[in-house]
Write a protein that binds this ligand. Structure first.
Ligand code: HEM
Length: 398
């Protein structure tokens, strides 16, 4: 490895995997751009970091998403940025809302919405599949979970983008973008504040009302904690699933024989979704920060060093995934590392898998053949997530 890699460079946006393989081979813990954060690329080191929050704090997440010019960000105060034991109290309060029973209740609504969404896709003409499919389904699910006015669902993704990627990738002199991020924070706080007041007055059968009722040792979540959690759901629950749905289609475009196999046997869909998550994980990284001077992978890191755990690299580490650069649905599953590990293991893992499965089932029911559209595909990348920005396709009837 000669020069420092830039994770946001155009080449790595399109395909970061050769760079990750090079890092795993030659510099498993090294600095990357932008910002000189320390990237950790080998599976074993990644697991070590995620299992040791006393050495590698999640505060790194909060620091990266709350620069001084922003003036506060509810996402940066959410539980994803906290370490044990503070993290555990909040997690205990919200676990039930995402458990198996809650997901079973939600499934028929997600299925109906996925089918309705796919029924509206135009056939036989070029279209960008991201907005009307990959984006629409997760925005609906999160909006519905919160009991939000459906007219607002399309705004959710924009808010989520602005309070994360809109903050971490902005240039120092881009005052316009900075103002957009500040406005998004203000809109979010106002909107969630009103939503909470409304549910306090008239509690309903929705997640926000459940969260207002939730107690651990008799103590409820504060208003700030609730707003932070709702902001975290926006970010964690939309952007990631958007890219899972997008990548599922990208893989099918690249390997048309898989399209035929899945159409013939829908029971293969869960294994397909799991392999898409391993092969093209929407959450490429998890940010951390060292709490003290520490040695990792033969490198001495100073106290306070900002780090990026490269989940996407660990998912292809040959030491754990033989022939890891190959898409192979027959790998023994489930593949959980795309959802992190340890205390912060993704709260929405069941929901994400359900959305991936139901969206694809609806898609395969309506679409008989899939081809690339005339425009080239584009990529979206922030320090944490990566996925299709636009996905031009032509869909043909079943
Ligand atoms: C394909 C979809 C998804 C992927 C790849 C994904 C990935 C991840 C990862 C890697 C983490 C750990 C981050 C860390 O350790 O710093 C995480 C945490 C989290 N995810 Fe997901 N996620 C997905 C979908 C969802 C959904 C649908 C929701 C909720 C509706 C959700 C909510 C959360 C929350 C709340 C956390 C923080 C948990 C904690 O701090 O204890 N995620 N996710």
């Amino acid at each position: 490895m000669s020069a420092r890699y830039n994770l946001l460079s155009p080449e790595l946006k399109v395909d970061p995997y050769p760079a990750y393989a090079d890092m795993r081979r030659n510099a498993p813990v090294c600095q990357v751009d932008p910002g000189g954060m320390w990237a950790v690329s080998r599976y074993d080191d990644v697991m070590y970091v995620l299992k040791n929050p006393q050495l590698f704090s999640s505060r790194g997440f909060g620091v990266a998403t709350n620069p001084p010019w922003l003036g506060g960000n509810p996402f940066s105060e959410s539980m994803i940025t906290l370490d044990p034991p503070q993290h555990g109290r909040l997690r205990a309060l919200v676990n039930r809302a995402f458990g198996t029973a809650a997901m079973a209740r939600l499934e028929p609504r997600v299925r109906t919405f996925a089918e309705r969404t796919v029924a509206e896709l135009p056939l036989g003409q070029p279209l960008d599949l991201m907005p009307p499919y990959a984006l629409r389904i997760p925005a609906f699910v999160i909006g519905d979970l919160m009991g939000m006015d459906p007219a607002l669902h399309s705004r959710l993704k924009r808010w989520a983008d602005l309070i994360t990627g809109g903050v971490t990738t902005v240039r120092p002199d881009d005052h316009e973008k900075k103002q957009l991020a500040r406005d998004a924070v203000a809109d979010l706080r106002r909107y969630f504040g009103e939503l909470l007041e409304q549910r306090q007055r008239e509690p309903g059968d929705d997640m926000v009302s459940d969260l207002l009722r939730a107690r651990v040792d008799g103590v409820a979540l504060t208003q700030d904690e609730l707003i932070a959690f709702l902001s975290l759901l926006l970010v964690g629950g939309i952007e990631t699933v958007v890219h899972l749905l997008g990548f599922s289609i990208v893989v099918l475009l690249e390997q048309p024989e898989l399209f035929a196999r899945l159409k013939a046997d829908r029971s293969l869909i869960p294994a397909f979704i799991d392999e898409v998550l391993r092969y093209e994980p929407p959450a490429q990284t998890a940010p951390r920060m060292t709490t003290q001077e520490v040695e990792l992978g033969g490198v001495r890191l100073p106290k306070g060093a900002p780090m990026l755990v490269l989940l996407a690299s660990a998912n292809r580490d040959e030491a754990h995934f033989p022939d890891g650069e190959r898409f192979d649905m027959s790998r023994p599953g489930p593949q959980n590392l795309p959802f992190g590990h340890g205390a912060h293991f993704c709260l929405g893992v069941q929901l994400a898998r359900m959305e991936g499965r139901l969206a694809l089932e609806a898609f395969l029911n309506r679409v008989g053949r899939l081809e690339r559209g005339p425009e080239p595909m584009t990529w979206h990348r922030t320090l944490v997530v990566r996925g299709p920005g636009t996905l031009p396709v032509v869909l043909h009837p079943a």
